[in-house]
Design a protein around this ligand. Structure first.
Ligand SMILES: [Zn+2]
Ligand SMILES: [Zn+2]
Length: 239
């Protein structure tokens, strides 16, 4: 039925999440709905019904499974429904990674200046708190309420370390930073400059992971923590 080498069919959801690039070779991998976002899945071009090209299969040798969902149909040239959404997601991940890199650069050129800031500069800074749907701005000092917020954030981050797409060495670094921070917070001795430095280090690793993530689930998860940490820094250190 197939020659020595052939192109398998890819199954992709309408939002561009790849379900499998071997829908023929491995039909068990097919899904009616996308496990990432719940959208309907496609194996054919909506315009001309040509199969969506997946991975190559070389009989007796093997197959590749690193094919990305194509942007256009190979037969009629129409853009697939996910083209724009994928482009937006890629651009966002790239922008985020660039912002993180820029921030890191600023830190380097800024030397240690943020390490010696007196605690008074961040005491009484506004921090968003409240219940879902009804947030309110309250005034707190970093050493009490926001330290508690940060403890919750750090604990949650540590619990999710395996789901963030971090490389093994980056995971160790983030873990070390987070645990160090946790120890300082628990001891009530978290020096603001140190907190900020640790958080920025963690942010950078998360941004790297998000920029190179293999699945949108990882991008979402890493982005979630990036957002929380960014908000915390903005609220307590003024961005
Ligand atoms: Zn999807
Ligand atoms: Zn087509």
């Amino acid at each position: 039925m197939h020659s020595e080498s052939w192109t398998d069919t890819m199954q992709v959801c309408e939002n561009g999440h790849k379900i499998t690039d071997h829908a023929v070779l491995w039909p068990q991998g097919r899904r009616n709905r996308c496990p990432d976002c719940g959208a309907v899945t496609l194996m054919k071009c909506p315009s001309c019904q040509a199969d969506i090209h997946g991975g190559e299969v070389v009989m007796g040798v093997g197959y590749n499974s690193d094919t990305l969902p194509p942007a256009h149909c190979h037969q009629c040239g129409e853009a697939y429904p996910w083209k724009e959404k994928v482009a937006i997601r890629d651009a966002e991940a790239k922008k985020r990674a660039e912002e993180m890199a820029k921030e890191k650069e600023l830190q380097k050129t800024g030397g240690n200046s943020y390490n010696i800031g007196p605690i008074g500069t961040i005491a009484n800074s506004p921090l968003m708190m409240g219940s879902p749907g009804a947030s309110q701005t309250v005034t707190v000092t970093f050493t009490t309420d926001s330290a508690d917020d940060l403890k919750v954030l750090i604990k949650s981050l540590l619990d999710s370390l395996d789901e963030l797409g971090l490389s093994a060495p980056d995971k160790e670094t983030v873990k070390d930073d987070a645990e160090y921070l946790k120890k300082k917070l628990d001891g009530g001795k978290a020096e603001p400059g140190l907190v900020r430095e640790c958080l920025n280090g963690i942010k950078k690793k998360l941004a790297d992971a998000a920029a190179t993530a293999a699945s949108s689930q990882i991008v979402t998860k890493a982005g979630h923590y990036l957002g929380l940490i960014g908000d915390f820094i903005a609220a307590n250190f003024g961005g």
